[in-house]
Design a protein around this ligand. Structure first.
Ligand SMILES: [Zn+2]
Length: 449
C-alpha cells in the first residue's frame, strides 16, 4: 500500500454544494479512502498527519479554459509568427508549475500553437514534467472565414493555434487526425469576425451540415466537441448540432437559451477576461469605448447565463489564462467571483462550478472534483474560509497544500525567468482597441444600424 495521508482539523468543502463541515479526510493509494471518524480510526503510525487547523480542505480548482502554450501573449501576431515549438512547450512546462501553486489541479487546454500541449499533457502523465492534470484539444478548427483575428488567418492550413478546413473531406480528415494524435476534445471556432461586418460582432462561420459533420465524426471516435461561440445564432446552432460544451456562449437570445437548456449543454462562459478588462483595462491603457463594449457584453449576457444555470445547465469556470490580461497563476479563482457578482450564485455554487462541474472538462466526472470517498485525491488546503470570500483563493500564500492523485506537490517559489526576445509584438489591449472601434454596442456600430 502506498503512503497514506490524514488531514485533521480542517473544514471540509466537498465540492458537491453541501455546506462546509469539520471532518478528517484520509487518502490512501491516490484516492479518498475515508472521512470523519472512520478516517481517524484507519490512520496508523505509517500515516502522514497534516494538521489543517484554520484551513479549508476542498477539491483542487479545475480551470476549464486555459491556454498553457500562449505564455501570457499580448497579441495574436505574437502567437502566429513569433513562437518556436520546443521553446514554447518548455516555457509552458514552467508556467504549469504556477498553476499548481495557485491551487489548480486540472485544466482543459482547448487549443495550442504547434499542438504542443498534447506533449506537455503526456509529459505530466509520464511524470517527467510537473503540472496539473490536463485534457487537451489540438488546433482549433476554423473555416476560411477565420476566427477573431480576421485576415491575419490563412485561408487554409495552420495559422498559430488554428487549422482552417474547407469542405467535408478536409473536416473529416482533420478531426480524425487530431484524435489519432491525442486530442481529448475537438475545438471548433464556431464564430469569427468578418472584417467588413465587424459591427455585427462575431458571426457563425459554418453551415449547420458542417457543424453536424464535425460532431458525428468525433463522436464516432468517442471524442467530444467544444465550440467557441460568441453570439446567439452560433450558440443555438452549435447546441442543435450536438456540441458537448460551449465556451463563452455570451449574448444568447431566447432561442439560443432554449437550445442550450433543452440539451443541458455545459457552458464555460469565461467572463474573467471581460471582467478583468472592465475592472482593470483603464490601468493598462484600454480605451473607454473598449471597456464600455465589454461591460455591455458582460451585462447583456448575465441574464441568459443566470437563467441557464437556474435551469440546470452545468456551468464551468474558465479563466482564459494565457493572455497578458489573465497571466498564469493569478486569476484561476476569478470566474467564481464573477459568477457570484454577475450570475447571482452563492459561493458554494461557484465552488461547485470550479470543482465538481470542472471534472466534465477533464472527462473525469465522478473521478475528480469532489471530496467523496472513492474519488481520486486531487485537493487543496487553503488558509481561511472561501465560502465567506472566494477571492482568498487568489491570494498568494494562502494555498498551503496541493495534492494530485494522492501526492503532495512542491509549492516552493519558482525562480525568476527572463522575457524571451522577439516574443512580444504589440499590446493585446491595442489590438482589442482597434476591434472595438467597430464592435457591437459602440457609438459607431449603433450609428451604422
Ligand atoms: Zn480560449
Amino acid at each position: 500500500m502506498s503512503a497514506a495521508t490524514l488531514f485533521e482539523n480542517a473544514t471540509l468543502i466537498d465540492g458537491t454544494g453541501a455546506p462546509p463541515r469539520a471532518e478528517a479526510l484520509l487518502v490512501t493509494d491516490g484516492r479518498i479512502a475515508a472521512l470523519g471518524a472512520e478516517a481517524e480510526a484507519r490512520a496508523d503510525e505509517g500515516t502522514t498527519r497534516i494538521d489543517a487547523t484554520g484551513m479549508s480542505l476542498m477539491p483542487g480548482l479545475i480551470d476549464a479554459h486555459c491556454h498553457l502554450a500562449f505564455d501570457d501573449a499580448q497579441s495574436n501576431t505574437e502567437l502566429f509568427h513569433q513562437r518556436r515549438n520546443a521553446l514554447s512547450a518548455l516555457v509552458a512546462a514552467h508556467n504549469a508549475k504556477k498553476l499548481i501553486r495557485a491551487g489548480v489541479t486540472g485544466i482543459l487546454d482547448p487549443d495550442s500553437t504547434f499542438e504542443n500541449m498534447i506533449d506537455l499533457r503526456d509529459a505530466i502523465d509520464l511524470g517527467v514534467a510537473e503540472g496539473p492534470r490536463m485534457a487537451c484539444g489540438a488546433y482549433a478548427l476554423i473555416t476560411s472565414i477565420g476566427g477573431t483575428a480576421g485576415r491575419l488567418i490563412n485561408d487554409s492550413g495552420i495559422t498559430g493555434f488554428y487549422m482552417a478546413v474547407n469542405g467535408a473531406d478536409e473536416i473529416v480528415a482533420e478531426v480524425r487526425r487530431q484524435i489519432k494524435y491525442g486530442a481529448d476534445w475537438i475545438k471548433v471556432h464556431v464564430t469569427g469576425v468578418v472584417p467588413r461586418q465587424a459591427h455585427k460582432g462575431e458571426m457563425c462561420a459554418w453551415s449547420d451540415a458542417e457543424l453536424r459533420l464535425i460532431c458525428d465524426t468525433a463522436h464516432d471516435l468517442d471524442t467530444p466537441v467544444m465550440g467557441h461561440c460568441r453570439g446567439a445564432d452560433a450558440t443555438r446552432r452549435a447546441a442543435e448540432a450536438g456540441f458537448d460544451m460551449l465556451l463563452h456562449a455570451t449574448l444568447m437570445d431566447e432561442a439560443a437559451l432554449e437550445a442550450v437548456v433543452a440539451r443541458k449543454v455545459p457552458l464555460v462562459p469565461t467572463l474573467t477576461l471581460l471582467a478583468n478588462l472592465v475592472d482593470f483595462g483603464a490601468r493598462v491603457g484600454s480605451s473607454a469605448s473598449l471597456i464600455d463594449l465589454l461591460a455591455h457584453e458582460l451585462e447583456a449576457s448575465a441574464d441568459t447565463l443566470t437563467r441557464a444555470h437556474k435551469a440546470g445547465v452545468p456551468m464551468l469556470c474558465g479563466s482564459e489564462s494565457g493572455f497578458s490580461l489573465v497571466p498564469y497563476g493569478e486569476w484561476h479563482y476569478r470566474e467564481m467571483e464573477v459568477f457570484i457578482r454577475y450570475l447571482g450564485m452563492t459561493p458554494l455554487e461557484a465552488i461547485h462550478c470550479a470543482t465538481s462541474q470542472g471534472a466534465r472538462a477533464l472527462r473525469l466526472e465522478g473521478e475528480v472534483g469532489e471530496l467523496v470517498v472513492g474519488r481520486r485525491a486531487d485537493l487543496i488546503a487553503v488558509q481561511g474560509d472561501p465560502t465567506a470570500d472566494v477571492t482568498i483563493l487568489g491570494e498568494a500564500g494562502r494555498i498551503a497544500h496541493v495534492m494530485i492523485d494522492g501526492t503532495l506537490r512542491d509549492l516552493s517559489p519558482l525562480p525568476e525567468r527572463k522575457p524571451i526576445s522577439g516574443w512580444r509584438v504589440a499590446s493585446f489591449g491595442q489590438r482589442l482597441d482597434r476591434a472595438a472601434a467597430f464592435g457591437p454596442g459602440t457609438e459607431r456600430a449603433r450609428a451604422a444600424e
